[in-house]
Design a binder for this molecule. Structure first.
Ligand code: ADP
Length: 310
């Protein structure tokens, strides 16, 4: 089973509006509210690919209950740790071809909750073949909290895929316990190394050879319509993808993580791992709804993805 962890899930509210005007009343009709958070997208995509998946993390209050109910409607198994605070709302106002977002910070986790979650997590991981950690940490948790979770996983020989950015990622890179795979996108990689990244084989090879990534078996740089570049131990791969009609690429990175998780849990070849992840990222980009993949188009896409050792 794959366990997908979301530490700060949300209720994602979408307000589509013809016009959005500041400093006055705006009325909205077709409101949608869904359970959101990067790890929940990973769980959704895994569920659609028929993988066995459990969604977990921290939730609280009636918005937490809403998140659980939504997952149940979709038939996704879940087991969350209950906190006292209230899970957050994230609002996207879609207006005049623009997207204005209002993202609540979410609950502040107490020291006691942080400690108790570690115990809960230690039990939880017994059932896992592999775990994914996606997204930011809620307030109150230390920047090294993912590093602590990875330490617990490594003690039990459980592989982890980590998809986060900023200080939480830097902390993990500075610690002894490493995830099996990280997937920075181009911007996240640039933030990590402190300078812009050029998409060239030479430059990417150079960057991924940095001691920053020592002992991380897989580093995959996802590059949107330009596919991906990967390092597996000492082997480098360029992943070239066909041009596709894109409807909404939000969540493509999460779909890619789902693909990597499924293939890695099944010990597939490097080529299959990279093709599967990229195909699911592309399928997500071809749908309006985040975390939706139409598996009927899967084989057609996979056949057009090229993985070249470089
Ligand atoms: P993130 O969502 O984490 O920023 P990316 O945007 O790099 O990640 O998307 C992950 C993967 O999804 C890409 O490597 C690619 O395979 C696919 N993808 C994303 N955007 C597009 C796009 N516009 N066209 C084709 N494929 C895409």
């Amino acid at each position: 089973m794959i366990i997908s962890i979301t530490m700060n899930p949300s209720v994602d509210i979408s307000y589509p509006m013809e016009e959005f005007t500041l400093d006055t009343v705006n009325r909205v009709k077709n409101v949608t509210k869904t359970a959101g958070g990067k790890g929940l997208n990973v769980a959704r995509v895994l569920h659609q690919t028929k993988a066995e998946v459990l969604a977990s993390g921290m939730i609280g209050g009636h918005l937490g209950e809403f998140i659980e109910t939504e997952l149940e409607k979709e038939g996704i198994q879940h087991h969350f740790f209950a906190i006292n605070g209230q899970s957050r709302n994230c609002i996207a106002i879609l207006h005049e071809k623009k997207q204005t977002e209002i993202l609540e910070q979410g609950p502040v986790i107490t020291e006691e909750e942080a400690e108790h979650f570690l115990k809960f997590f230690e039990q939880l991981i017994e059932q896992a073949d592999l775990l994914t950690f996606s997204g930011s940490l809620p307030a109150g948790l230390s920047d090294d909290y993912y590093a602590k979770l990875i330490h617990l996983c490594n003690k039990k020989n459980k592989d982890v895929i980590l998809d986060c950015s900023g200080k939480a990622l830097q902390e993990v890179l500075s610690k002894k316990d490493k995830p099996l795979l990280i997937k920075p996108n181009k911007e996240e990689l640039a933030a990590l190394i402190g300078k812009p990244v050029q998409i060239s084989v030479g430059e990417l090879k150079n960057i991924l050879s940095s001691s920053l990534f020592d002992d991380i078996e897989w580093v995959v740089v996802s590059m949107g319509k330009n596919g991906a570049f990967a390092k597996h131990r000492n082997t480098f791969y360029q992943v070239t993808i066909p041009k596709i009609g894109v409807i909404n690429p939000v969540g493509s990175g999460d779909a890619t993580i789902a693909g990597f998780a499924q293939s890695l849990a099944n010990y597939q070849s490097d080529e299959t791992i990279l093709k599967h992840g990229n195909a699911l990222g592309m399928l997500n980009a071809q749908e309006k709804i985040t975390g939706r993949v139409n598996m009927q188009n899967y084989h057609n896409l996979v056949d057009q993805i090229k993985v070249t050792q470089v």
